[in-house]
Design a protein around this ligand. Sequence first.
Ligand code: SF4
Ligand code: SF4
Length: 207
Amino acid sequence: MRYPKLRELREAVKSLFSKPYTTRFPAVPHQPVDGFRGRPKYFEEYCVGCGACAEVCIGSAITVTDPSEEERAEKKGPLFRKLEIHYDMCAFCGNCEAHCITEKGVQLTQEYDLAVFDRKLAADQVQKELVLCDLCGGIVGCRDHLQWTAERLGTLAYGNPSLILTTQKPFLKVETGAKGGELRRPDMMKILCPKCRHEIVLKDIWG
Ligand code: SF4
Ligand code: SF4
C-alpha cells in the first residue's frame, strides 16, 4: 500500500503525546515490584556457615571452600570456611533463602542491576571461623554453627563434649590435646571430629 493506513497514522500521532511504556533504566534506577527476587546476599550476623544453602542451590551457584589438609596442618591462627554466591550462575529461585537453617543467613534482595565488566565481581561471600579436631586436625564445623546448635539443644548439649568445649571454652580449664599419638579415654574430653570420637569409643569398649 502506498499510503499508511489511517489507524496506524492515528497511533503514531497519539504516541507522540503519551508517556512511554518502558522504563528509562539505567538512566533512571529501576524500582522492582514487591516480592521481586533480586540478587541473594549473605548476612554475616545470621549466617552460621553450615553450607545447607550450597546443598540446595539448583544452579551450583554457591561454593563452600575449606582450608586444605596442608593448610590445617600448618595452622598458625584461626582458619575460615568461605561461602560464595556467584550471580552469573544464579537462577534466583530462592531455594537458598527458603532452606537457610537460621532463616536469615542468605536473603534475596531487591537489587536489580547486576551488570559488571568482570564476572569475578558478580559474587558475594562470607567467611566463618572453623573448629578443628584436637587430635587429627579434621574439620568439626564452624564455631557459629556449633554455638547455634548448642543453644538449640539447651542442657542436651552437655551430652557432647565437643559442643560444650567449643561454647564454654573461656570457662573451662581443659587441656586441648596434642595431635597424633595414641587415642586414650581422657581424650574424650577434647574437641573431636566424629571419626576420632568413634575410634576412642570403640577402643574404650573393645580395647
Ligand atoms: S537463588 Fe537459587 S540459584 Fe541462586 S544462589 Fe539461591 S539457590 Fe542458588
Ligand atoms: S546459615 Fe544459612 S546462609 Fe549460612 S551457610 Fe547455613 S544455610 Fe547458608
